[in-house]
Design a protein around this ligand. Sequence first.
Ligand SMILES: [Zn+2]
Length: 166
Amino acid sequence: MLSDSERSSTARVIPPARPRKLAKVPFVELADGRVQGVVSSGSDIERVYVSSVAAGSFEFACSTNNNRPCGGAHGMFCKHIRSLISEAVVQYGAERVARHLRVDVAEADAPSITAAMDQARPPQGDNTAAAPVFSRFLHHLAYLELPPTTAPLPEMQWFPPTRSVV
Ligand SMILES: [Zn+2]
């Protein structure tokens, strides 16, 4: 169900393929040649992880919002990256996530996409992407707090309009 602000905004809201668990993975995007996003810590509500996996190489990174390395991401995907992939599949659909990551799977779903990447023994990358991803997440949150308006938001101009304006 759309809120009033979503209904009246000219910004295009793409409904997820299935309802998402926003509390667990509040932000996920297919961008910069990666699947990347923000994953809540299971134990500490104050802490979030910025996780990413690169297309093609599956190079992965995970660190906290304070740029501390994730203890679980050592030589293999941590649980945050696994949550990120499964929520990306919920948000964008498995086919699209597989295509974006350039994962070759017979049947696209979250477990087989993750398993195919595990098998490739992906390298661990550095956390240079974390800061821009986290700042986009904060930006994304800021939009949710904007008062309802029908005026176009300049930062949203690159999205195609939902209907032509005469
Ligand atoms: Zn992690």
